[in-house]
Design a binder for this molecule. Structure first.
Ligand SMILES: Cc1ncc(COP(=O)(O)O)c(C=O)c1O
Length: 370
């Protein structure tokens, strides 16, 4: 039997970081702290409430959840985005897929600048969009000239920048976001003889971990209708298992995405759990403050070992350079510590763990480097 698999998928290996059962897992940038008993109780109560009506389809528009996210964003970044301009889906992975389903497709280009999140090219591939990747500077900052030239050459439908970036941890300044927002005005493909804007996505999956004084791209939403900011509950919020991502944008973006969404794409239980967790956002945010401090300490400590360490506004740190990074990775794994071989040659990425995980990582690395 031969099935008509799309040719571009024939050689593809399914994506996925190793899910190994080891004592210290610092490889996929999760929040290491499980939900508190108060959050668990709220979730159980929320699920109990919806359980009695699971014979019905969920609220297609997830209005209660979108309102809760609107309130949360206001608290977190000081920007009020009305619920109608927030879109929710199963993880920010699915949010990005929705963006590509609406604005990508055959004959169109999606663009980003490496090193960056490795999933973007998969969203492009899955939607038949051409993937174009430029480079960041040596220090992982953006090179505006490279971006300008790439936009002029390719007229992308979608340009995505990650801030804080994965795997480097680098955040964009508000001036950089503004500059790219200007560059992407009128730079999209021509449709019926008319110019379009490039949809400019700032992926803020790690937004809550940014350092004091680093603003969110949310602040520019009112000025740029072609700007989309994506967020997730998987990282700072400690809800990676929930699968809840969202975006904030102009009304027209949400209206466009409504055209491609599956009829009931977000289950009633997902909506209930997310609403329950959002009621405890203050508690979760104080945990984020602690993780930020741990990140800054870890950064300092890695530097004190004489290593090259990228500045980080995220909940992970990229460090190197090792002649044989695989060897360091394996030696850590032998000691029960799983990190990630990712990023430029010679570098490794470690997520910020609990205090105990952090100590175990440091002790093991020190021993290995001795
Ligand atoms: C930059 C970036 N964007 C998006 C995601 C996906 O997050 P989600 O769990 O919301 O799908 C990740 C996950 O690692 C990420 O690093």
């Amino acid at each position: 039997m031969t099935l008509p698999l799309r040719p571009e998928l024939v050689e593809v290996e399914p994506y996925g970081a190793p899910q190994l059962d080891v004592p210290v897992r610092l490889n996929v940038n999760e929040n290491p702290y499980p939900p508190s008993q108060a959050v668990i109780d709220e979730i159980v109560e929320g699920v109990r409430r919806v359980a009695s009506s699971l014979n019905r389809y969920p609220d297609r528009d997830a209005l209660e959840l979108r309102q809760a996210l609107s309130d949360y964003l206001q608290k977190e970044s000081g920007v009020r985005v009305p619920k109608e301009r927030i879109w929710v889906a199963n993880g920010s992975n699915e949010v990005m897929l929705h963006i590509l389903e609406a604005y990508g497709g055959s004959g169109r280009v999606m663009m980003s600048f490496a090193p960056t999140y490795s999933m973007y090219h998969e969203y492009a591939r899955d939607t038949g969009t051409t993937w174009v990747q430029g480079e960041r500077n040596e220090d992982f900052s953006l090179n505006m000239e490279t971006i300008r030239a790439a936009i002029e050459e390719h007229h992308p439908s979608v340009l995505v920048l990650t801030s804080p970036n994965n795997p480097t941890g680098t955040a964009l300044t508000i001036e950089e976001v503004r500059e790219v927002a200007e560059l992407t005005r009128g730079s999209g493909p021509r449709i019926n003889g008319q110019s379009t804007d490039t949809v400019f996505v700032v992926d803020e999956a790690y937004g809550e971990f940014r350092r004091e004084g680093v603003p969110s791209a949310l602040e520019l939403l009112e000025e740029y209708e072609h700007l989309i900011v994506t967020r997730t509950m998987s990282k700072a919020f400690g809800m990676a298992g929930l699968r809840l991502g969202y975006l904030a944008a102009a009304q027209v973006v949400v209206d466009d995405i409504m055209k491609i969404r599956l009829p009931y794409h977000l289950s009633a239980t997902t909506q209930a759990v997310a609403c329950a967790a959002l009621k405890h956002s203050d508690e979760l945010m104080s945990q984020v403050a602690h993780l930020r401090e741990t990140r800054d300490d870890l950064h300092k400590w890695l530097k004190s070992l004489g290593l090259e360490v990228a500045e980080s506004d995220a909940n992970f740190v990229l460090f190197g350079r090792f002649e044989d990074r695989e060897k360091i990775f394996e030696e850590l794994l032998e000691r029960g510590i799983l990190i990630r071989v990712v990023g430029p040659e010679g570098f490794l990425r470690v997520s910020v763990g609990t205090d105990e995980e952090d100590s175990r990582f440091r002790a093991a690395l020190k021993e290995i480097l001795k």
